[in-house]
Design a protein around this ligand. Structure first.
Ligand SMILES: C[S@@+](CC[C@H](N)C(=O)[O-])C[C@H]1O[C@@H](n2cnc3c(N)ncnc32)[C@H](O)[C@@H]1O
Length: 453
């Protein structure tokens, strides 16, 4: 099932020409789509991105939309395009439904150019035809509205759009409810990666009365509390730029040895801001600086690493954890994970998806010594169905957010809508696959440990 939207109008057109370039028909379709959407009419157009999941996926999406729609707009700038495989299929199926009375008060609206009326296929002859040269898109849409009114399908009021397509979803926000849950799950799923690295540092630190720890980019404090609240004689400063996250952390992930503080790791005043916090708690140097899944969000990770280095004690350690989409290996998904990764990579505003492999070099380049990789393999063979679902949520489900945000910024862009729908389709399939016995998934949580000197 593609999504839960009910379509009023099906826009039928030839997507690409013989050189695989977008046709003029697709440009016109885009304009009609925009005008319909702006007037609160739900329009469907075929999504060629679905072809990557096979012809069956593409056909299923078309058939669901054909079943729902009351109107089919047949756009064509040549007879060849009008008679091309999928354009014919869409129009003829719709016409069949009208003839057999499966559809009542349904209409086909030909919107054409360079085609002799007498050469029109039989299925189009009985309908009022609009000329691309002489009739504006507005006129066509006005006619659509008149037809919908006849069948009582047009409602003036604005209606909520389905979240499945992301139209009204909020932009990515680390303090969103969904992200909160994902980070909580992720904190559990990555414990086995952090624990040996933290133990290694504690074992190798010289004896001290008190151990000072900085968690840079702590979000809600799930990782902070889980990893550090039980370390004897320690004082943990957990810092983040998100005030909402910090509020939650103070309320829900409080511990005797942990304080949460606001800090922008990219600020030009980073040094004085950190020093102010250190003064407040009487800290001279940190013994451990920990940062998980944060530095790839920064514009210049090495700059941050260089600047923070001077706040480590002489014997102190830095621990960085990252992830890397290139470390994913799976069987039983028929290449679907790879497709999801590729689609995600094309989204606007994503962070570095291959940050895990860079941690070693980043620490070396930023002046740290004795850098060790203590990475950990996460894999599903011994997990139960709930744990597998958690891995899906942690590592995949959120990837549609970036496409939702892109569409939210440009809501009438068919290409962005296609990209999001294809991602939702792929994620729906992947979620099911994650619970199958034959499916196996593995990836690396990259952990790098370095010393100041
Ligand atoms: C993916 S979360 C990881 C949170 C936590 N370390 C964990 O492993 O669950 C990234 C965090 O980095 C924080 N962050 C991003 N840019 C930041 C900056 N410039 N200064 C401080 N925190 C930042 C975000 O607010 C977010 O809480």
């Amino acid at each position: 099932m593609m999504n839960e939207i009910k379509y009023d109008v099906f826009i039928s057109f030839k997507n690409t020409d013989k050189d695989n370039q977008p046709t003029l028909d697709s440009e016109i379709a885009q304009k009609i789509y925009k005008e319909l959407e702006q007037r609160n009419i739900q329009a469907f157009f075929s999504n060629i991105r679905l072809f990557q999941f096979g012809e069956a996926a593409y056909k299923q999406a078309i058939e669901e939309a054909l079943d729902q729609s009351k109107i089919l707009i047949a756009i064509a700038t040549s007879l060849d395009y009008l008679n091309s495989k999928w354009v014919s299929y869409e129009r003829e199926s719709f016409h069949e439904d009208i003839l057999s009375s499966r559809k009542e008060n349904a209409y086909i609206i030909p919107y054409i150019k360079n085609i002799d009326i007498n050469a029109l296929p039989r299925s189009l002859r009985g309908y009022e035809t609009f000329s691309i040269d002489n009739n504006s898109i507005e006129e066509v849409v006005n006619f659509v509205i008149a037809c919908l009114k006849k069948s009582n399908e047009y409602k003036e009021k604005k209606f909520e759009k389905s979240l499945t397509t992301g139209k009204r979803a909020s932009t990515y926000d680390p303090s969103s409810k969904k992200e909160l849950r994902r980070l909580k799950i992720q904190a559990d799923n990555t414990r086995q990666a952090d624990t040996p690295a933290i133990e290694y540092c504690l074992t190798n630190l010289p004896k001290k009365d008190k151990i000072y720890i900085l968690d840079a980019g702590c979000a809600y404090g799930f990782v902070t509390k889980d990893r550090f609240s039980n370390i004897a004689n320690s004082q943990v400063i957990a810092a983040d730029i998100s005030k909402k996250c910090l509020e939650y952390a103070k309320e829900h992930n409080d511990a005797e040895n942990i304080v949460y503080e606001y800090l922008d790791l990219e600020s030009e005043t980073l040094e004085s801001d950190i020093e102010e916090i250190m003064d407040k708690y009487g800290i001279d140097k940190f013994d451990i600086i920990f940062s998980s899944l944060v530095i790839h969000h920064l514009k210049n990770p090495n700059r941050f690493l260089r600047k923070i280095r001077k706040y480590l004690s002489k014997d102190g350690f830095i621990i960085l954890r990252g992830s890397d989409d290139g470390s994913m290996v799976s069987t039983g998904d028929n290449g679907l994970i790879e497709k999801v990764i590729q689609m995600h990579l094309q989204a606007d505003g994503i962070s570095d998806r291959f940050n895990g492999r860079k941690l070693y070099g980043q620490l070396i380049a930023s002046g740290y010594k004795n850098v060790k990789m203590m990475s950990c393999i996460k894999e599903t063979s011994s997990l139960d169905i709930d744990e597998k679902e958690d891995i899906f949520l942690e590592r995949f489900e959120y990837r549609k957010t970036y496409l939702q945000n892109a569409l939210e910024k440009d809501p009438y862009n068919m290409d962005k809508k296609n990209a999001l729908d294809a991602m939702c389709y792929a994620l729906d399939m992947l979620e099911n696959i994650f619970s199958e016995e034959s499916f196996w998934y593995s990836e690396i949580d990259f952990v790098a440990v370095g010393k100041r000197v």
